[in-house]
Ligand binder design. Structure first.
Ligand SMILES: Nc1nc2c(ncn2[C@@H]2O[C@H](COP(=O)(O)OP(=O)(O)OP(=O)(O)O)[C@@H](O)[C@H]2O)c(=O)[nH]1
Length: 207
């Protein structure tokens, strides 16, 4: 993504509690002045506990986003943004692929099917969750050839292990899809437009 550095005045401290570079790129590209402070959260434990209780997958994404934001908001002032994204296909939850080969297998599984991305974003202030949003996007992967898949994997490499869907929708990854329903930024991992609207209601960014 080509990112400009034109900052639109921001009247409060904004912290992105995420190690995701694309989330930072999205905020910077939108002209927000922010800091990144990401602290570890035991996502696997939260996920496992909620799955064992039969929680809805969307509630798991929300809980993880809140946990990430709270972890930082308890120690830092300002508006702290936490986010989490879950991929769901055939009723099964998927995490980021650990290796390029796992990404290859995942993409082959996704070929010709539709999956959902459940993207949660939570804003915390002074250790309290004050706003939340969930964006569900639906993406239909075309029946691409093995040759295309290898070309794509060679282009993207390790980047595929940093994305829950084993693809990057921006760039050549767009060639994987025949149809999507939902918002570009939400697919990349941050439901930006509802977040900006919230910041405008709080006077953090100009209306
Ligand atoms: N570049 C890119 N990243 C994507 C895309 N779809 C999902 N992702 C990323 O996949 C990751 C989903 O994993 P999460 O657990 O939500 O976040 P993370 O990367 O572990 O970062 P934390 O917020 O620190 O937990 C996020 O970084 C998303 O931005 C995409 O199309 N393009």
């Amino acid at each position: 993504m080509s990112i400009t550095n034109h900052v639109i005045s921001t009247n409060a401290r904004i912290i992105l509690a995420s190690g995701s570079s694309i989330r930072a790129d999205i905020l910077r590209g939108a002209g927000l002045n922010y800091e990144v402070i990401s602290k570890p959260v035991d996502e696997a434990a939260i996920k496992a506990a909620m799955l064992s209780e039969g929680s809805r997958l969307r509630d798991i994404a929300d809980a993880l986003a809140e946990a990430k934001a709270l972890r930082v908001s308890r120690q830092e002032s300002g508006f702290v943004i936490g986010a989490d994204q879950i991929m769901v296909m055939d009723g099964q939850l998927f995490d980021k692929p650990p290796t390029i080969d796992a990404a290859r297998q995942r993409l082959k599984e996704m070929r010709g099917k539709t999956h959902k991305l459940m993207g949660a974003v939570v804003v915390c202030e002074n250790g309290v969750a004050i706003w939340r949003h969930l964006a569900v996007t639906k993406l239909t992967v075309r029946d691409f050839s093995d040759e295309f898949l290898e070309t794509y994997i060679n282009l993207e490499g390790e980047a595929l292990t940093k994305s829950v869907g084993a693809y990057r929708f921006e760039g050549p990854g767009a060639q994987l899809f025949s149809h999507v329903e939902g918002d570009f930024f939400s697919i990349l991992g941050l439901p930006l437009l509802p977040l900006l609207e919230y910041f405008r209601t709080r006077g953090v960014i100009p209306s």
